[in-house]
Design a protein around this ligand. Structure first.
Ligand SMILES: NC(=O)c1ccc[n+]([C@@H]2O[C@H](COP(=O)([O-])OP(=O)(O)OC[C@H]3O[C@@H](n4cnc5c(N)ncnc54)[C@H](OP(=O)(O)O)[C@@H]3O)[C@@H](O)[C@H]2O)c1
Length: 271
């Protein structure tokens, strides 16, 4: 698979060695983003992508640790396994039961930088009413962060039961029928590129935040922008969660501008 490596082939090496694990993982922008951060910080190292299924996760972690890796990111479907693999958990991992970052050392520490990464582009906004579409890992991080920051959170998901379970866990509302009216912020936390949007019902002041991302703005964001709505690209979250993970591994706050450029984001969200 282009851009991915076989973790079993890894051997000891020099520098700060990092990786992202997931399944699938070939689409990941993280290797390019972290390579740019390492280069800008003048740190010798590398960041690879490994395709890892959940059953192999523990063996993969043990192997990479043994080969001197500094840490890893984990993405779907490995975030629960990531939390379970650690000896020490940060507060967010304890609450969500999901982690996206492992820091290796005498102990394996798990962190969840998704929540702060998700919230970073929203910092300057007044708290209002948020609609989160989805009830998986990304939606959990988004709902948890929004709730903590004082937003009113409503959740809609294809499988209602999962929306209900998430809503119950964080103290939000689960919607049976998708309704956009009243939402100041609409978050797509599914991989669906284009779902039935009732744009007529969306407030003209609403902000559309698509956590799914590609090399450019997604179809959802382009449709929202065509209607004059403000948008936030999922790559904003990607960079912000990545910057926090980079700092945990290296002790250095990275050059976020270099990371943004590596994922094709040239301008700030400007909200
Ligand atoms: N920007 C970032 O930094 C960042 C970080 C994390 C994730 N993401 C992105 O967020 C998206 C979700 O990731 P995740 O980790 O939350 O995945 P996940 O845990 O597997 O959850 C997937 C969610 O999408 C829903 N879904 C999947 N296919 C669907 C379809 N065809 N129609 C309607 N709903 C569908 C699922 O609904 P059911 O419950 O009904 O299956 C579930 O709510 C992905 O695109 C991922 O790349 C972005």
């Amino acid at each position: 698979m282009p851009g991915t490596f076989d973790w079993r082939q890894e051997r000891e090496g020099a520098g700060v060695r990092l990786a992202v694990l997931g399944h699938p993982i070939a689409h990941s922008l993280s290797p390019a983003m972290h390579a740019a951060a390492l280069k800008a910080a003048n740190i010798e190292g590398e960041y690879k992508a490994f395709d890892v299924v959940p059953e192999e996760f523990d063996a993969c972690i043990a192997h990479l640790r043994g080969m001197g890796y500094r840490g890893v990111n984990a993405t779907a479907p490995l975030k629960t396994a990531c939390a379970e693999a650690a000896d020490a958990l940060d507060e967010t991992v304890l609450l969500l039961g999901a982690a996206n970052t492992l820091i290796f050392g005498g102990q394996v520490r798990a962190a969840n930088t998704d929540v702060e990464g998700f919230l970073a582009p929203l910092k300057s906004l007044a708290k209002g009413s948020a609609l989160v579409i989805g009830a998986g890992g990304a939606a959990s991080a988004a709902c948890f962060g929004l709730k903590r920051e004082g937003w009113k959170v409503q959740i809609w998901n294809r499988t209602f039961k999962r929306a209900e379970q998430l809503a119950e866990r964080i103290g939000a509302w689960a919607m049976k029928t998708l309704s956009f009216s009243g939402a100041d912020l609409i978050v797509n936390a599914t991989p669906v590129a284009s779902f039935e949007m009732n744009w007529e019902a969306v407030r003209t002041s609403a902000i559309v935040y698509d956590l799914a991302y590609g090399a450019g703005p997604t179809k959802l964001l382009m449709e929202a922008a065509e209607r004059g709505l403000r948008t936030i690209d999922g790559r904003e979250m990607l960079v912000e969660q990545g910057a926090r993970a980079f700092e945990l591994w290296t002790g250095v706050w990275p050059d976020v501008g270099a990371m943004r450029e590596a994922v094709g984001l040239r301008y700030s969200a400007g909200l």
